[in-house]
Design a protein around this ligand. Structure first.
Ligand SMILES: O=C(O)c1ccccc1NCC(=O)[C@H](O)[C@H](O)COP(=O)(O)O
Length: 214
């Protein structure tokens, strides 16, 4: 693994912000297919947004408990490199999705306390990557993208898992360096921390975030 931290900018909705993320050095771009999200895009919009994304930058489809019908439509319309499963998908469902679509799968594990980290091992048999995110508050409309961090100290000394993993949840240009130091993360993911308003990415914040990981 190179010394550089890999950054995923998630919930892109505008061509200028896709370009800004690529130019700043993002390694993954996330497109959100959860209809209630302020970052929601249709498959047709995502196809246009990613037209100029260079090879080497992974295009990730974020879905929440998606049916095969929804996944069929997304994957037939857009050449994604990875599927991010951000709902309550079971180990069996993750495995089904992986074999049906032949794409690498990143399973999201929500963390509020130390026991939540046990799910990382359980899903490591089937997922290609793990995204360790803050567990959403009870009754939250969004299962992710809430700008909330969990206690990173829960991960101190726990940085070795069987699959590559990414840290998310409440990361910002101001705290991402500390999050990396505390958790040992080599990959980080951000949505609201690089926005000027919900769903509106900010080019200067994207650039500042990626700079702060270096
Ligand atoms: O961003 C959303 O609106 C969203 C909706 C439904 C499921 C997941 C969602 N976002 C997940 C992410 O991509 C985020 O990177 C991750 O949860 C961290 O979000 P944030 O704390 O806002 O950086």
């Amino acid at each position: 693994m190179s010394g550089e931290i890999s950054v995923k900018i998630c919930g892109l909705t505008a061509p200028d912000h896709v370009r800004a993320a690529v130019e700043a050095g993002a390694r993954y771009l996330g497109f959100n297919f959860f209809p209630k999200s302020p970052r929601y895009v249709t498959a047709e919009q995502a196809a246009v947004l990613m037209q100029s994304v260079p090879v080497g930058v992974a295009k990730v489809a974020l879905v929440v408990n998606a049916s095969n019908e929804v996944l069929d439509q997304i994957t037939e319309t857009v050449p994604f490199d990875m599927l991010q499963l951000h709902g309550g998908e079971s180990i069996k469902r993750v495995s089904e999705i992986k074999s049906r679509y032949g794409l690498p799968v990143m399973k999201v594990i929500g963390v509020a306390d130390a026991e939540d980290l046990d799910a990382i091992d359980a899903f490591s048999d089937v997922a290609d990557q793990i995204l360790i995110d803050a567990k959403p508050p009870k009754n939250a409309v969004l299962p992710g993208g809430n700008g909330l961090a969990f206690d990173w100290r829960l991960m101190a000394g726990r940085k070795y898992w069987r699959k590559p993993w990414m840290l998310a949840g409440g990361l910002t240009p101001d705290n991402v360096a500390e999050a990396i130091r505390t958790t040992g993360a080599r990959q980080v993911d951000v949505a609201s921390g690089v926005e000027s308003a919900p769903g509106i990415k900010d080019e200067a914040l994207i650039s500042a975030f990626i700079d702060a990981t270096r």
